[in-house]
Ligand binder design. Structure first.
Ligand SMILES: Nc1ncnc2c1ncn2[C@@H]1O[C@H](COP(=O)(O)OP(=O)(O)OP(=O)(O)O)[C@@H](O)[C@H]1O
Ligand SMILES: [Mg+2]
Length: 391
């Protein structure tokens, strides 16, 4: 095998970057303040304190919610804290009963082992069966949960929390509140897409006032650079400042793109045996990255069809031209387009909700305006209206 063949093989193994979803990045950049804020509550709970608030994190697809939850879990594990720690997804939580079952499922086995209350039965399976037959009252179970949390604080990290039904979400949060109210240290950290906060899922349980809420958006330039430069550096690969600047500007602070770029650059350096990447490497990798990005955008745009698609393109044009708007103004614009399309104006709220759900727009915490989840995606959609672009 020639030198080039060996080089190509070298590019297949050991890549530290993690393009894709749900994988921990080699360097979690720019989330120090969020980690600090989450740890204020989670750490106190691990310490046996009764905190006042649960935590809610929301952000668009690929903003790094899963990565952040994993980081929190790993930090806790490394600290060796004495807690029941569970990182789970909310996929199966559609009703209040589901939420209770999950909660008891997490704490149930160790709960039974710790307490072995005679009246509960011989083993954990027996308890579960009793619970399902309704022979065990909610109050009994709750007493057990409180006792268990007192002996070992409960930390629940729930990903994809936007998939929970409002009933399940309300039940879970109320149950946590009750457990704490009775002296059991427990906390839940919910992470999900922006509709979790936007669609009023949580309004029923007045979480918006009671919880510690934070949003995860795009990374700033410094953090974006760190996300690529630090893992490359650890692999013995340097990158020229001008080259790094170009990567930062291409990625727009989107973690997913930073991993894609990092991965491609690492691969190139490995294949060519390069120890220092410069502008020419960026120029080489750029067309491939553009294609990748285009694929992602096409995928996101594909769900919009017919008149809805035209409407989205109109909105994108408007936003690119006049800047980002607050929701009422945006709804007014959507209504005027609906009118032009001879459609009912009461479709408006659902359409704006869909723009949030499909990661077109969102509203970061503390920001009155709806912002693009990814500025370049909005530009992409806007271009779909130009001659020669439409399908
Ligand atoms: N702070 C960060 N610094 C660098 N890379 C990051 C950061 N956060 C996330 N990533 C990377 O970005 C990609 C997307 O992250 P992740 O899957 O955690 O996003 P998500 O918000 O959970 O997305 P989804 O809504 O699809 O579940 C992954 O490749 C991850 O490794
Ligand atoms: Mg995720």
């Amino acid at each position: 095998m020639g030198k080039e063949g060996n080089g190509k093989l070298a590019g297949l193994f050991g890549n530290p970057f993690t393009p894709g979803y749900g994988r921990r990045p080699p360097h979690l950049a720019g989330r120090e303040s969020q980690i600090y804020d989450i740890f204020k509550h989670v750490g106190a709970t691990a310490n046996g304190e009764l905190v006042a608030r649960d935590v809610l994190i929301y952000g668009p697809r690929g903003s790094g919610k899963t990565a952040l939850l994993r980081e929190i879990a790993e930090k806790l594990e490394n600290l060796g804290v004495h807690t029941t720690l569970e990182l789970m997804t909310a996929t199966d939580m559609q009703s209040a009963e589901d939420a209770r079952r999950e909660l008891i499922g997490v704490v149930g086995q160790p709960l039974w082992e710790a307490l072995k209350p005679q009246e509960w039965g011989l083993d954990w399976r027996g308890v579960q069966a009793k619970w399902q037959r309704g022979e065990l009252s909610r109050n009994d179970v709750r007493k057990g949960l409180v006792a268990k949390c007192k002996s070992k604080p409960l930390i629940l990290l729930i990903d994809e929390a936007h998939l929970m039904s409002p009933a399940a979400c309300g039940e879970l949060l109320n149950e946590m509140l009750t457990i704490r109210g009775r002296g059991g240290p427990a906390i839940v950290v919910l992470a999900g897409k922006p509709q979790l906060a936007e669609l009023g899922n949580l309004s029923q349980v007045s979480f918006l006032e009671r919880g510690e809420i934070m949003s995860l958006g795009l990374l700033d330039e410094q953090s974006s650079g760190d996300a690529v430069r630090i893992p490359l550096g650890k692999a013995g690969i340097g990158i020229a400042e001008t080259a790094l600047r170009r990567v930062i500007s291409e990625c727009q602070g989107y973690p997913q793109f930073l991993q894609l770029w990092g991965s491609a650059l690492w691969q190139r350096a490995s294949e060519l045996g390069k120890k220092m990447l410069d502008d020419s490497d960026i120029t080489e990798v750029d067309p491939v990255m553009r294609l990748e990005r285009e694929e992602i955008y096409l995928g996101r745009f594909a769900g919009w069809k017919g008149a809805d698609r035209e409407l989205l393109v109109d909105i994108a044009n408007h936003l690119v031209r006049d800047g980002w708007e607050e929701r009422p103004k945006l709804e007014a614009i959507v209504k005027s387009i609906l009118l032009r399309q001879n459609r009912e104006s009461d479709e408006c709220a659902a359409l704006v909700d869909r723009m949030v759900e499909s990661d077109f727009l969102w509203r970061p915490r503390g920001q009155p305006r709806m912002l693009p989840a990814l500025p370049s995606f909005v530009s992409f959609v806007s271009k779909q209206g130009e001659p020669g672009y439409s399908d």
